[in-house]
Design a protein. Structure first.
Length: 327
């Protein structure tokens, strides 16, 4: 999966962008046209997409880890099957996006190397531990719910391969969220011990889930450019507010309390006001100092090393097949 080379069909951008080409490109963006891999694009657009899509793909792959170790510990066969299907979906999502990123002229091997060496980032949310079974339900509800808010916007991204990948991914993420919320509702209506367990999980995952949308708009270095090029359609804070507005009624429906004393409905704005995020924690986790940063990367490195024989066998088979074809 990780040893594919850069596609030869990817367009090569020069070191400088022609002003007329930039103007034509931005006119296409303004008209709502889709940009395809063989189309001319500014080098900055290519770099921003590469950064954003690779981080997204890495997040899908690393995101399998917090839930994967609960497959064998799920409380029923049904729960095992659902969780197994979800983790498998996440692997597929990573594959879709890696393939899309390759059309920008960077090989998957290089992308994975950036992840394993710590050069590339992935979503901060996956650096938190899953302590109980209730965490798995809350991840489906909060984390996948936040992903849907973000990714439905990306399904309208100006870069065609990314937008098309998001259409399928969003459908599967909706399944993940429903699975998570159903599990949460079951625990919330269960025994006092089960209810306490799921409330504890909600308390631990709420704030990291809000951090998933990235830094506040005033501190986001890339949002303005991405919105101008219609890669993104809304700012981090707008998406974060949308997630809060959707999630508060869901929490109330199952009689769970969100851990924010400042949470209250604003009649004037018709939105839920919420407290200040601990941005110090966010930057610590992003910088590699979260509860599970080292553990997550170590697990990915081990998996990569353990799978070397599979990649070598695939390459040997491809070489043999090419030799037979040539003969």
């Amino acid at each position: 999966m990780t040893d594919q080379k850069s596609p030869t069909s990817a367009p090569a951008a020069g070191s400088t962008d022609d002003a007329a080409q930039v103007a034509e490109f931005e006119a296409r963006i303004a008209q709502g046209e889709s940009i395809e891999p063989k189309d001319w694009m500014p080098e900055r657009y290519r770099k921003q997409l590469t950064r954003m899509m690779s981080q997204h793909a890495h997040s899908e792959i690393v995101g399998m880890l917090p839930e994967g170790n609960w497959i064998t510990r799920a409380p029923s066969l049904r729960r095992k099957m659902v969780l197994l299907a979800k983790v498998q979906d996440e692997a597929g999502h990573g594959l879709y996006i890696y393939c899309g990123t390759e059309t920008l002229g960077i090989g998957r091997e290089e992308l994975v190397d950036q992840l394993l060496t710590g050069k590339a980032k992935y979503s901060s949310i996956f650096n938190y531990p899953t302590l109980t079974w209730a965490d798995i339900g809350v991840i489906g509800w909060f984390v996948d719910g936040a992903a849907i808010v973000n990714q439905t916007m990306l399904a309208k991204a100006s870069f065609g391969p990314y937008a098309r990948a998001m259409v399928r991914i969003c459908k599967e993420e909706n399944f993940h969220k429903k699975q998570g919320y159903e599990s949460v509702a079951t625990l919330a209506n269960g025994t006092p011990e089960q209810r306490a367990m799921v409330q504890d999980a909600v308390n631990r995952w709420w704030w990291p889930s809000l951090m998933m949308f990235g830094p506040s708009d005033k501190d986001s270095p890339n949002s303005a450019e991405l919105i101008r090029w219609r890669v993104k359609r809304d700012t981090n804070d707008t998406l974060r507010q949308r997630f809060v507005d959707l999630t508060v009624p869901q929490a109330r429906a199952v009689n769970l309390t969100l851990p924010d004393p400042d949470l209250r409905y604003n009649e004037e704005t018709e939105h839920w006001d919420f407290g200040e995020i601990d941005w110090t924690e966010f930057h610590e986790v992003i910088s590699g100092n979260g509860p599970c940063n080292r553990e997550r990367l170590a697990a990915r490195r081990k998996a990569h090393d353990d799978g070397a024989w599979v990649r070598e066998a695939a390459q040997a088979y491809a070489a043999k097949r090419d030799a037979v074809t040539a003969a």
